[in-house]
Design a protein around this ligand. Structure first.
Ligand code: SIN
Length: 310
């Protein structure tokens, strides 16, 4: 039986549904290419803002046992330098047939529009609008993703600033993620990414009695949050008609199947890359293919969203 793992995400073809989530390894063209060669179906850059930013001091990421906790603080070289990185990455990814998603953030609605307009000149395949980072609240205030009206405002501004497809990345740290999803869909989002990290959480070193992260608190990711991510994806897919990139704790082929059964069009992989290296994409892809073969599925659409049928 011939297997088709390909995905159409907003008119862009991915050779398989596995997407490098923003924030992990997406900081340079060679790293993005390496991840693509290891088997990712699309790659997302580290979120980029209007100006260069150092981020938080170390330690910024730790493995706490059930996954990761991070407060990296959105370090990035600024949009002008990022345009160069993306242009180079696109050249290197083109022969591999792996699309590039440019992730952006800003402190203000106007800032989002300006970064979207500038990043579009590098011609990424899609733009991810990161309105959900939980690690910069002290500087930026509450993430836009925590309120439907604010999330919609950013989405509408980015929509007006670019003709490229936009994916809005949502936060699980809300009481009603469906309300936010509907608001961004109505404001012009072409797709939704869910979820960003959970929390913030805290890990304390019991010998020193101090929080380990320099920022004290950070977003929690990895296997421990997967059931929450799956529920969010399931609820969003039941409520909107735009495609959803399901992200949160996916580490193996069965986890990817679960996200697809919840209705995801594509599946983000983040913390698993931190722990297993970029080769994890090839492993998850092969496990997904093996599972499909064992269950007589020839394409993803044959089981996507089946969890909604009962
Ligand atoms: C960070 O840079 O702090 C993480 C980015 C995010 O959570 O969106």
């Amino acid at each position: 039986m011939s297997l088709d793992l390909s995905v159409d995400l907003c008119g862009i073809r991915l050779p398989n549904p596995l997407v490098l989530a923003s924030g992990i390894l997406g900081t340079s063209a060679p790293l993005l290419e390496r991840v693509a060669r290891c088997g990712a179906g699309a790659v997302t850059t580290k979120s980029c803002g209007p100006a260069p930013r150092a981020g938080h001091p170390n330690p910024t990421v730790i493995d706490w046992g059930g996954g990761l906790i991070n407060a990296v603080g959105l370090p990035n070289p600024g949009v002008e330098a990022e345009v160069e990185i993306i242009a180079t990455a696109i050249e290197q990814l083109a022969p591999l047939g792996v699309p590039l998603i440019a992730s952006i953030f800003a402190e203000t609605v106007a800032g989002f529009a300006a970064v979207a307009e500038r990043i579009s000149t590098a011609n990424p395949d899609l733009i991810e609008v990161n309105i959900s980072c939980p690690n910069v609240t002290a500087e930026f205030g509450r993430p836009f993703a925590l309120d439907p009206a604010s999330a919609a405002q950013v989405t509408a501004a980015v929509r007006a600033a670019t003709t490229l497809p936009i994916i809005v990345k949502l936060s699980p740290n809300v009481t009603d993620i469906v309300a936010i999803a509907r608001a961004v869909e109505d404001a012009g989002a072409d797709a939704i990414a869910a979820i960003n990290t959970l929390g913030p959480g805290m890990v304390i070193d019991v010998e020193s009695g101090q929080p380990i992260l320099a920022n004290r608190v950070g977003g929690v990711s990895g296997p421990a949050i997967r059931p929450i991510a799956v529920r969010c994806v399931y609820d969003i897919c039941a409520a909107v008609s735009v495609p959803v990139v399901g992200i949160g704790g996916v580490t193996c082929g069965r986890d990817a199947v679960e996200m697809l059964m919840a209705g995801a069009t594509a599946v983000g992989v983040g913390s698993a890359v931190y722990q297993g290296g970029p080769e994890v994409f090839g492993h998850i892809r092969d496990e997904l293919a093996g599972w499909m073969q064992a269950h007589d599925y020839a394409s993803l659409s044959e089981f996507r969203g089946i969890a909604h049928e009962r």
